[in-house]
Design a protein around this ligand. Structure first.
Ligand SMILES: [Zn+2]
Length: 129
């Protein structure tokens, strides 16, 4: 049995990822995680959940962006080659453009998905100052 003060708050997976897709705080869903384009807030202004926990925490967001970009590139490659029968040289140009634009367009969502994942695994600490 878990002692009363050690009880964990419920963290539903679907609700957390819905908030992540809308770039909202995974803990409360009341505040955006974005301060301005390509700048994630230090902490949630509503519930004070810490978004930038420690040095190197951003590596998870980069990992999320790289893995998703590679999956998208693979998906586009298979669709173009197998379904449309496009020439390989033309597909390479499309993949090059996708590889340049997708990671930039996905920047905020890679952060929000990383924060949602971290929130589900171990919750987000509160900013104390
Ligand atoms: Zn919050």
């Amino acid at each position: 049995m878990i002692p009363f003060n050690m009880k964990k708050e419920p963290r539903p997976i679907r609700r957390t990822f819905r908030r992540a897709l809308r770039l909202l705080c995974p803990a409360c869903g009341e505040s955006s995680i974005v301060q301005k384009p390509f700048h994630v807030k230090h902490h949630c202004t509503y519930c004070r959940a810490l978004f930038k926990r420690e040095e190197g925490f951003f590596v998870g967001a980069i990992l999320m962006n790289v893995v998703t970009s590679e999956l998208i590139i693979l998906f586009v490659c298979f669709i173009a080659l197998l379904l449309f029968g496009a020439k390989y040289e033309n597909v390479l140009w499309v993949l090059f453009v996708v590889a340049l634009l997708f990671p930039v367009a996905f920047f905020h969502h890679s952060w929000s998905l990383w924060l949602a994942f971290d929130y589900l695994v171990e919750s987000l600490p509160k900013y104390e100052r």
